[in-house]
Write a protein that binds this ligand. Structure first.
Ligand code: BJW
Ligand code: ZN
Length: 231
């Protein structure tokens, strides 16, 4: 079986990285995304944008994968043993899937532990704070390697090819508020795939899924994975 999984901030919430939307301490409740997560914001006030991502990078380095990340890594290995495959597409810019053991994670919204040259586009590892003085070898300014609003998400061709090859589509811990990722369930349905949602609560596009399971990712993802590997 070929499974296509799309993960969002909910899969990393119990690792302490926070979510963007919803009640409580959601990031976009505390900060205006238009002032921090657009190319225009970076052009206007790069120091402010760097401060925001520097704080999040330091939180990420101190965080650890949770039971949901580890379960998805077990699914990756288990499907491969059975002649199947897992395509794990994440909107998350953290590296917790990789640290749990997943291979070939597709980061459609980029990676916080990388920086990109705003001039030549070169990408490099980045675990330190970035400042407005940080430069690429070409002299261009370095920016976080993340996809902001209005920018084109990464690896879209690979993602659609994986949807074409999939037997099952599963969305985990994503609100269904941000496109194009929120449209993947419709693309999957158009290809005749069964679609499952695993989330703390119904997402904005919950009605488009055939199966829905609700609860904390650290509980519902491991039990779903055990079922998938047992069946
Ligand atoms: C738990 C849990 C627990 C909590 N267990 N679950 C069509 C219609 C309308 C608008 C548009 C459209 N197409 C494009 C747009 C514009 C825009 C957009 O979608 N705007 C919307 C706000 C309306 N999109 C873009 O600009 C994108 N670019 C684009 O479309 O280019 C054109 C193009 C398209 C296709 C091909 C080619 C070109 C770019 C979007 C970039 C998003 N960037 C961000 C920031 C990244 C860097 C950073 O981290 O700072 O990405 S915004 C933010 O939202 C981040 C996330 O990846 C993304 C999605 O959020 P996610 O993961 O769903 O998190 P939440 O917080 O929303 O939800 C958490 C979920 O977890 C909830 O459901 C909870 O219930 C659940 N949960 N605890 C299980 N313990
Ligand atoms: Zn450069």
């Amino acid at each position: 079986m070929n499974i296509f999984i799309l993960t969002g901030a909910g899969v990393s919430a119990e690792s302490g990285l926070g979510v963007f939307r919803g009640e409580g301490a959601a990031l976009w409740k505390r900060y205006d995304p238009m002032q921090l997560a657009t190319p225009e914001a970076f052009a206007r006030d790069p120091a402010l944008v760097h401060d925001f991502y520097n704080a999040r990078r330091n939180n990420l380095i101190a965080a650890s994968p949770n039971a949901a990340h580890f379960a998805l890594a077990r699914l990756d290995a288990g499907l491969a043993q059975r002649g199947g495959a897992l395509t794990l597409v994440t909107q998350n810019i953290d590296d917790l899937h990789e640290r749990a053991g997943s291979t070939n994670v597709i980061h459609m919204h980029g990676e916080l532990l990388k920086a990109r040259c705003a001039s030549c586009g070169a990408v490099c590892d980045c675990r330190e704070d970035l400042s407005t003085g940080a430069r690429c070898d070409c002299g261009g300014a370095l920016r976080p390697h993340v996809v902001w609003f209005g920018e084109t998400p990464l690896f879209m061709e690979d993602i659609f090819a994986a949807l074409d090859a999939a037997d099952l589509f599963v969305a985990i811990g994503t609100s269904g508020a941000v496109y194009p990722a929120a449209g993947f369930v419709r693309e999957a349905r158009a290809r005749g795939l069964r679609c499952s949602e695993l989330n703390l609560e119904p997402s904005e596009n919950a009605a488009e899924f055939d199966d829905r399971r609700y609860g904390p990712a650290s509980e519902i993802v491991p039990s779903w994975v055990e079922e998938m590997l047992g069946s």
